[in-house]
Design a protein. Structure first.
Length: 419
């Protein structure tokens, strides 16, 4: 969310962000409503002051004057109440529109409406050259008895998965390994629930725009989160953090749920796009300093890349376009891992800087060294998400006999050379 003072002082930049991010919001309507709400509040205050002044004269008035003063006080009070009701509706409408205002994007972000405008900024690792016909991850799982991908759909529906044996062990060990790696970098490991109230999704920025992608539990007034970021953003909502407590660094682990609404026909086969998964999420709350945010963005990206390097998975880093980065993001870099069966890179990580856009929604503030209270900056990035990461891991390390030779880091983790 953007502050109205900022919007008024930077109208051209906000209008440009609305165009670049393809957001359907009328800035004239926002500013007009703000003017009406402010005028109404001023008039309400005037009417209340008038009523109080009239009431103060009541005790010394004659009987005839008291009748007139009573009428005046009643009239001022009634008009104030009427304006309050009107103002409340307009104020609610204004807050809804403010929720739709986009953050100002990074000057280096490619301008375009969708992912086709994303740009590759670097490629790391050599794509494997097989001297045999490689299998996709589903065939590898079926060949080695590492899952019941077909059978489980009879129980839980499409886009679900069931891992067995060595692959089930690998998934659980991978998550612990990633959590430990991020913790070694100074982040506090934290497990969070996958359920949250609606306000948490509003604070994080997923709502109001992406409700159709989210599982709802209406009987409990709760929703299922698709990332630990939802809960982590609201963990300090409404707080004023002292400067010496910043930065707050979390390595959040949680189960995650996404309806994948609107993605029919995409990646139906296998593990790339499932309804339930597990993830370790890096999350930062820091001072409202652009240079500091940029340093943390680079750090989050490097930590994620270090995990991919240890997994010996070729990848590329993407500068995400304005139309693909999301409403509140200042800068977003995706990391895409090489998937041999598809002959292309697929997104496995997403690193985002939001400046104070998210903190304003969640009311996360800090007291600086100068004593002033400001909204903080927030950042997040995937450390590792499974089962998606298993797709490039299995496919890139397969052997001619249909086995999977583990990268050195995973051999140490699993205690064996082959999965």
């Amino acid at each position: 969310m953007l502050g109205l003072d900022f919007v008024k002082a930077n109208r051209e930049a906000v209008e440009q962000a609305i165009r670049d991010k393809g957001v359907d919001v009328d800035l004239d309507q926002v500013l007009s409503l703000d003017g009406e709400v402010r005028a109404a509040k001023t008039e309400i205050d005037r009417l209340r002051a008038e009523r109080n002044a009239v009431s103060a004269r009541f005790k010394d008035a004659s009987p005839e004057e008291k009748a007139e003063l009573g009428r005046q006080a009643k009239e001022a009070g009634a008009r104030a109440s009427e304006l309050e009701a009107e103002s409340a509706g307009k104020d609610a409408e204004l807050k809804t529109l403010l929720m739709k205002l986009p953050g100002i994007p990074y000057a280096g972000a490619p301008v375009g409406p969708d992912e086709s405008f994303n740009q590759v900024i670097r490629t790391e690792g050599a794509v494997p050259q097989f001297d045999f016909e490689p299998l996709d991850h589903v065939a590898l799982i079926e060949k080695n008895g590492w899952g019941d991908l077909s059978r489980v759909t009879q129980v839980s529906g499409s886009r679900t998965y069931c891992l067995k044996g060595g692959l089930a062990l690998l998934e659980t060990k991978l998550m612990g390994w990633a959590l430990d790696k991020i913790a070694q970098a100074g982040f506090t490991p934290i497990t969070v629930p996958a359920i949250a109230r609606e306000q948490a999704f509003l604070n994080q920025g997923q709502f109001p725009g992406h409700r159709e992608e989210t599982y709802e539990l209406p009987n409990d007034d709760l929703w299922l989160a698709g990332t630990a970021e939802v809960v982590l953003t609201s963990l300090h909502a409404g707080e004023i953090v002292e400067a010496d407590k910043l930065p707050i660094l979390y390595a959040g682990y949680s189960p995650c749920f996404r309806r994948e609404a609107g993605s029919a026909g995409k990646d139906v086969r296998g593990l790339l796009r499932v309804h339930q998964f597990v993830k370790v999420e890096q999350y930062v709350v820091c001072e409202a300093d652009d240079a500091q945010s940029a340093e943390w963005h680079a750090k989050l990206l490097d930590l994620a890349e270090s995990l991919l390097r240890d997994l010996e998975i070729p990848y590329q880093v993407i500068e995400t376009s304005t139309g693909d980065m999301g409403l509140g993001k200042y800068r977003m870099n995706d990391i895409e891992s090489w998937v041999p069966s598809l002959g292309k890179y697929r997104e496995t990580h997403s690193c985002s800087t939001l400046h104070d856009w998210q903190a304003r929604r969640a009311n996360i503030r800090y007291r600086g060294a100068d004593g002033k209270v400001r909204f903080a900056h927030t950042l997040n990035n995937t450390a590792l998400a499974s089962p998606r990461i298993l797709v490039p891991l299995l496919e890139n390390h397969q052997t001619a006999d249909g086995r999977v030779k583990l990268p050195a880091a995973m051999q140490e983790l699993m205690g064996r050379e082959y999965l």
